[in-house]
Design a protein around this ligand. Sequence first.
Ligand code: SAH
Length: 398
Amino acid sequence: MADLILKPGREKSLLRRHPWIFSGAIHHLDEEPASGSTVNLLSADGHFLARASYSPASQIRARVWTFTDEPVDREFFRKRIRAAIEMRRRLNVESDADSYRLIYAESDSLPGLIVDRYGEVLVLQSLTAGAEYWKDTLASLLLEETGLAILYERSDADVRELEGLQPKVGLLSGENYQLPITITEHNLRFLVNLQTGHKTGFYLDQRNNRLRVRELAKDRDVLDCFCYTGGFTVNALAGGAKSVLSVDSSAEALELCKENIALNDLPVSRHTALEGDVFQLLRKFRDENRSFDLIILDPPKFAPTAAHAEKAARAYKDINLLAFKLLRPGGILVTFSCSGGVDAGLFQKIVAGAALDAGVEAQVVEWLSQAADHPVSLHFPESAYLKGLVCIKQRPEG
Ligand code: SAH
């Protein structure tokens, strides 16, 4: 096993248990390790710090598997996978849904590995050279530890490029399963296309926030912006919304949204699907003096990293400002950001700026986040990416 020796003082983040080593922190390696293989991390004065996977192509050159000198082998990964599964069991996630995140990378001490469970199907996403190196081992352990038979790979996220890895999609185990599959979440059913859907197929992180929207939707005229396959739309209809207008730029997503409404026997007559650009349509609605009682804004990631924060802030402000204008007095805005580069404090400031410029008074009544099966390691705050605000537009006084 190669030794990776850090520059003096560069062990500080590791002592705080942050799992990443950037290329600039490295003094030298005693030999060039194979991509994804395990290396010992040593301080400049030769003290052992951790064992990590080596990513030669990435600026994040090493990611910690363990802060002890235990062997990194099949049994090591079995322990980590078991711990992740056991944690979800303790949380009783399965009482809410048959689909949830089983392994969330750094937050489950398995950097680069994401595994989502969709009913009887596991979906694996390998994001780093280290996860790729151990993929066959991880795949067979996942099947053993869950007792499931079908494992599908969705290693087609853009970040793989930074690791010098090609996209890979396909069945790793099992056969004859039907696509798309149907999942159940808080007693509603959704069709999920595991082959072409976003992320691993569905936005599992929004599960509880969708339920919250169901509770808020009764008798309201709802606008669901960036609706994808209808997660919020279906919940709003199930909650007794008077009408729901769902907007997305993807015709394929809107098609599944309509199918999901029918699948749950919800009133199709109360629903309208509109294909288009949310930024343009919100302006059009404003010009037409349209108004709504409940608006959901769940846009894609505008800022993957802090470097994109400023441009992202303008985009968030734009849609939130327009949404505040379109809301009736007493109406509710449920607004999200899934950008890692925009933290919760900044997001709230952006939404406050949007209300100010829209000339409305609003109160925040709830702070929302990713579901518990997407935990945040306290040592890796980067994994807290989803934040949401529930805001109420005040009625004019008098
Ligand atoms: N709310 C959804 C997830 C939204 S994901 C859920 O709970 O499942 C973001 C969605 O925004 C994607 O479906 C994507 O097609 C859509 N999108 C991205 N840019 C858009 C734009 N400018 N206008 C409309 N839709 C857009």
